[in-house]
Design a protein around this ligand. Structure first.
Ligand code: HH2
Length: 281
């Protein structure tokens, strides 16, 4: 069984890489279906950008963006909703979403009440200011401890499918991101299936600049996105969140073939994460 791929679908005017492209619900649904056809196991629909410095979106506007797109996609592919607002989570689940992708890491009781899966992502601060000098004594230990605590709390609350995500780029310097990627095997060893999202993020451009020394622009970050997704999968992550689905599916297929079964690999997805797999198309 190969690890899973979550395709990103931002129904926003201002997301850092695909902002403005899928504001029209028809265009958004068409892109979601195209990602499903490329092999995405989950399409992650978001109506509020969380890029550094992003301005929060009003609840009514986020509902207006997200709900019709979830409704259009849910009969065809598993849909997650990328939101921190309980009302948006409730409406998206009513429209067919079965997974809450929660960058705040605080919606476990909502997931429990709705009877859906939950992705607990780690974020320090909030998007408007999270990149203003983030500091940790030991970023790996602190992030892993927070995620383990939240996952345990969610399971106690009755959430049957819990994923943890170190939140690359969310209140983290480039060095923090690298440390979290380097130490992914320890997070995997904790036993909760792990999601990782590096796709097209700014640190890739800074760490692997072009021949002229300039940071790679968003459009030039596919190699870095694939390299880090492959790294994460090889380290045992159960799912990667990506914009470019087709190459990620190919990478996931190859890693799934090479990688021995591990805590967040085949055995995990066949066990505790079975709900995720069972609800795939
Ligand atoms: N990253 C982004 C948004 N949601 N969810 C999880 N679980 N993990 C991530 O790393 C993650 C996430 C940011 O990327 P994107 O959605 O492309 O951009 P924007 O926030 O500008 O809409």
């Amino acid at each position: 069984m190969r690890p899973l791929v979550m395709g990103v679908l931002n129904v926003t005017p201002d997301s850092f890489s695909d902002g403005g492209r899928y504001l029209d619900p028809e265009a958004a649904v068409a892109h979601g279906l195209a990602m499903a056809a490329e092999g995405a196991d989950v399409v992650d629909v978001g109506g509020e950008s969380s890029r550094p410095g992003a301005t929060p979106v009003a609840e009514g506007e986020e509902l207006r963006r997200v709900v019709p797109v979830v409704r259009g996609l849910a009969p065809h592919v598993r849909v997650s909703v990328d939101t921190v607002k309980p009302a948006v989570a409730v409406a998206a689940v009513a429209a067919g979403a079965t997974l809450l992708n929660d960058i705040s890491g605080g919606l476990w009781s909502v997931a429990a009440e709705l009877g859906v899966g939950w992705v607990a992502m780690h974020m320090r601060g909030t998007p408007p200011t999270m990149q203003d000098d983030p500091r940790y004594d030991d970023v790996v230990a602190e992030v892993h401890a927070v995620l383990r605590r939240r996952a345990a709390r969610a399971r106690r609350a009755g959430v049957g499918e819990v994923w943890v995500d170190p939140g690359i780029g969310f209140g983290k310097t480039d060095a923090h991101n690298l440390a979290l990627l380097r130490h992914l095997p320890e997070l995997v060893a904790g036993g909760d299936p792990v999601v990782v999202g590096t796709s097209r993020k700014g640190f890739l451009g800074r760490l692997a600049p072009g021949p002229d020394g300039a940071p790679a622009p968003v459009a030039g970050r596919l190699p870095g996105s694939l390299a880090t997704a492959t790294w994460a999968l090889a380290a045992g992550a159960g799912m990667v969140r990506v914009h470019d689905v087709a190459p990620a599916v190919e990478a996931a297929t190859l890693v799934g073939t090479v990688r021995p079964p591990g805590p967040s690999g085949d055995a995990m997805l066949a066990g505790r994460g079975a709900a995720a797999v069972g609800r795939r198309r």
